[in-house]
Write a protein that binds this ligand. Sequence first.
Ligand code: SF4
Length: 450
Amino acid sequence: MALNGMEIYKMLPKKNCKECGFPTCLAFAMKLAQGGTQAEKCPYMSADARAKLAEATAPLMKTVKFGAGDRTYSLGGETVLFRHEKTFVNKPRFAVMFDDSMSEDEVSKKINNINSVNYTRISEEMYVEIAAFRCSTGDKQKFISFIKKVMQTCSKVVPMIITENPEIVFSAAEEFSGLGPILYGANEQNYEAMVGIAKKYNLLLGVKAPDQANLYNLVQKIQNAGYSELLLDAGGRNLKTAFDDMVNMRRTALLSQDRTFGYPSVAFVCDMTKDKMMEVAIATLFIEKYASIIILNDMDYSMALPLFALRQNIYTDPQRPMRIEQGIYKIGQADDKSPLLVTVDFALTYFIVSGEVERSKVPAWILIPDAGGYSVLTAWASGKFNAKSIAKAIKEFEVEGKLKTRELIIPGKVAVLKSDIEDELPGWKVIVGTREAAALPAFLKDYLQE
Ligand code: SF4
């Protein structure tokens, strides 16, 4: 169970020596209780107190990993129930289900869809991370060959092996251990064998039970067997039960401070519906509450766009604005004489502005300086978006070497910057653009005709 600040304080040496970086032992204890510092920062703590504190201040929900190399992913490690309390830290990962009894056509269609979904949104690459392989045939050789075949053509996915047969799991673990697969299928009957395999290869182990109570008991047995790299499944295969499982497990871990359910969990959305739109709708629910792996029947672009966008929006720190990388962005077939606009690095502003520029069909450039990730007026009011920061970006991104134009279109809301920018950038003419992005298409067409 977690300790509060006063309980931690009683275990400290009470020297008030400040060596931990805090003015008093009490201040250190309070911060430690909030998870804002580490026990190791106090050099005078006894080994016994340090061990007790390490256990008591460990995150209530464990962070586990799967995959290998640049395809290593973290799951879990959440500290709050609601994003606005702090932030969610490890986004859920999407999996597509492959069953070894599927037809070749079905398999190829899924592989094509997985391979075609790959795009960047606000500096994040979006793609399917996991291929889930369910062994329905019970034929070990066929299953392993099936996984190999799919993995040969899906370059970025990590395999998730789904079977309750330890013999098949062992062969799959042996064959694919270099890819850091997830082993799924530990149950009441086979958990000792499954734990042995997961331990041997140091792999994430999916634990399943028919309901929450049985899962709770099973997780305790597995923890007692010395393994804690777990992924939980309380058995819900319809929206109501699965949602109840997810919420109860997360509340048990974080509110009741019971680490038995302090592991990430998996949602088999693929088993809840075969309707594509309903599948997307259900998956959105589990992005928010609280699946760490979401298994779908398929993932084409029409599914990926809303799901990845929602995931990105939920799994960003609400206290930090979403920023896009500073630089100069080409819209359409812009050349060195195309119009140059400047706006801020707040992602929402950039996407609205670039969307309107695209809508205008006028090829153009958009310059993004460091504006603190704020909207235009906020950045200007806080001194982050000004003549100096714009001139700095012009130089940093070598705009004068790349473009022949010496005209810069600034947002209408900061028309006041015009003369300052012209002072900072000799030879440049500043054009005051529109106050609202929606007016940009008409503005750009008029601008080209002048
Ligand atoms: Fe207290 Fe230890 Fe910090 Fe010194 S280093 S002030 S003893 S908590």
